[in-house]
Design a protein around this ligand. Structure first.
Ligand SMILES: *Cc1c(COP(=O)(O)O)cnc(C)c1O
Length: 245
């Protein structure tokens, strides 16, 4: 066996072919919804995969990469600074890791409380000046699942009020992880509800520039999410295959 980080032409070819297929599916879903496919950002989820997969992703012109654990990402990000990557944190942030996360990532999809937003905002203002503000999404829990993170629709408004005072973090939209289901049509209702929540928040006076993005859809349901208005899809398995245990 070669080193896990050695250049592997077969891996590069597989990821490139998968990326081409996913891009085609994105384009078809966008066209069904009469949307511009270039308005949809594909975040390639590299969690649990080693650095060779990150290099293969970049080789396939995937520039937005997602990780769900701060600790794991903090080993991968410094090892790939030679690559043109925009890093997204898509998993829960513990408050004691918020400042580190704010410095390492460009986007954080999982803000679900005012206190986490404030910590990220502080972290984004410390140390070296960032070229851009930290982009933040508010994770919403529409199913009231006890094990799941995310703010209830009521708490969301409070987070958007606090967002007006942020200097280092810029809130740009909403994110959802719907309840697990094999059948993509089952979760359409959650994607649609996130979009209508966005519209309600704008009606309630939240500045529209804080609500431009809807991060929703994973490997098995991103096409449905795009039909319902996703501007960011988070795709792992369809690009890289099954994750190592
Ligand atoms: C792992 C993960 C994904 C990607 O899941 P796939 O089914 O492999 O595409 C997307 N979003 C979040 C929040 C994740 O944790």
């Amino acid at each position: 066996m070669s080193s896990p980080d050695a250049f592997d032409p077969a891996l590069h070819a597989t990821v490139a072919a998968n990326a081409a297929r996913v891009r085609d599916q994105i384009a078809s879903a966008a066209s069904r919804a009469k949307r511009d496919p270039t308005s949809i950002r594909l975040v390639a989820v590299t969690k649990k995969f080693p650095l060779d997969h990150i290099r293969a992703a970049v080789g396939a012109r995937l520039v937005d990469l997602g990780e769900n654990r701060v600790q794991e990402a903090l080993t991968k990000i410094p090892a790939t600074t030679d690559l043109p990557i925009t890093w997204h944190l898509i998993g829960h942030v513990q408050s004691n890791k918020a400042r580190k996360a704010a410095k390492a990532f460009s986007w954080i999809h999982s803000v679900d409380s005012v206190s986490l937003l404030r910590r990220l905002d502080q972290g984004a203002q410390e140390g070296d000046q960032r070229p851009d503000p930290l982009s933040v999404l508010v994770q919403v829990d529409l199913a009231s699942e006890p094990t799941k993170h995310g703010a209830t629709p009521d708490a969301v408004l409070e987070i958007f009020s606090a967002a007006r005072e942020c200097k280092g973090a810029r809130v740009r939209g909403l994110m959802i992880i719907p309840p697990r289901s094999e059948e993509p049509e089952d979760v359409r209702v959650f994607f649609r509800r996130l979009r209508t929540l966005r519209d309600e928040l704008i009606d309630a006076g939240v500045p529209p520039e804080m609500l431009e993005e809807l991060s929703m859809g994973m490997s098995h349901d991103f096409e449905v999410a795009i039909e319902e208005g996703a501007t960011i899809v988070r795709v792992g398995t369809a690009l890289f295959g099954r994750r190592p245990a």
